[in-house]
Design a protein around this ligand. Sequence first.
Ligand SMILES: Nc1ncnc2c1ncn2[C@@H]1O[C@H](COP(=O)(O)OP(=O)(O)O)[C@@H](O)[C@H]1O
Ligand SMILES: [Mg+2]
Length: 339
Amino acid sequence: MATSADSVGLELIGLNKILGGRTIIENLDLSVKKGEMVSLLGPSGCGKTTTLRMIAGFLIPDAGKVILAGTDVTTLGPDKRPSAMVFQNYALWPHMSVFKNVAYPLKIRKLAKDEIERRVHDALSLVNLMHHKDSRPSQISGGEQQRVALARALVQEPDILLLDEPLSNLDAKLRVKVREDIRDLQRRLGITTVIVTHDQDEALSISDRIAVMNDGRIEQFSTPQALYDQPATEYVANFIGSLNRFEGSFEDGRVQSGDNIVGIRPEDVYFSSHQQPGSHPATVELVVPRGHFFEVYLNSNDHKIRSFMSSEIPQVGATGFVRISKALIYKDGKLVKVA
Ligand SMILES: Nc1ncnc2c1ncn2[C@@H]1O[C@H](COP(=O)(O)OP(=O)(O)O)[C@@H](O)[C@H]1O
Ligand SMILES: [Mg+2]
């Protein structure tokens, strides 16, 4: 292994996994820096949980290596790895108190009673749950159960924290708050974290880097900004943010006939009643309020294109000019040019 640098938190090399006779994960590489927070982002069924389970040791790859904190752990069980996982459904013991749930992994490891007490106390304090230490999981809210599951992972003082869709059981408002709490805790503890999600908003807002997965492979591994600005494949461009998609080419500030794919973010489409350099005549066909912005559907030269606008919203039927500030050009699914 050439990557013994201690800046590497975890490394996956050429992972393969076949389940039910089907290749689920194919030649997957991923390198996460120490202290970094990385999301595995992709649609349901693309192999996120399978990948996380191989990192955690609940599943052994058919080929490839898992290196955690500099050690090859590929064939070791979960309890022999410096990682702790929070499961999607939390997997709390219903008959045990919050305290006992969190203490459980330490009991298994046969730690001394006073050390268990101290560490459970610390972990529950970290997630602000000491006042619920004697409650049963059924007596606390979903958000609190989620924090118990988090405390049960943190109490193990892992080098690597693994979270499988930790927010999917929470309602929308709570989800935003809890994801910020998790991010804050992750930063404070400086703990290398891999979080699985199918929610692009979630991934974009909390990750240092995002690995976008498609059918058992990683399509692109970049910062949120780079994924958004320069999506390397058409798949990523469609998955992250919104996109106007045309078959054609992009010349003279507009879509023309051609055999590439032209992707244009609605944020890069501007409508105005005044002509500007590079703008073209357009008509407003539909205006949809979207809360803090409007979705404005335009027709320009028989191309329908969407714009996101937040001021000087036009009326349906208005005529004016559309200007496109940026276009992503794809050939065979790969980004070939940003125009
Ligand atoms: N034990 C298994 N046996 C057969 N197929 C499985 C098994 N576990 C997962 N799969 C399949 O592998 C694919 C990826 O699953 P998973 O990793 O859970 O996806 P994700 O977490 O991205 O939704 C799915 O098609 C799923 O049906
Ligand atoms: Mg999953």
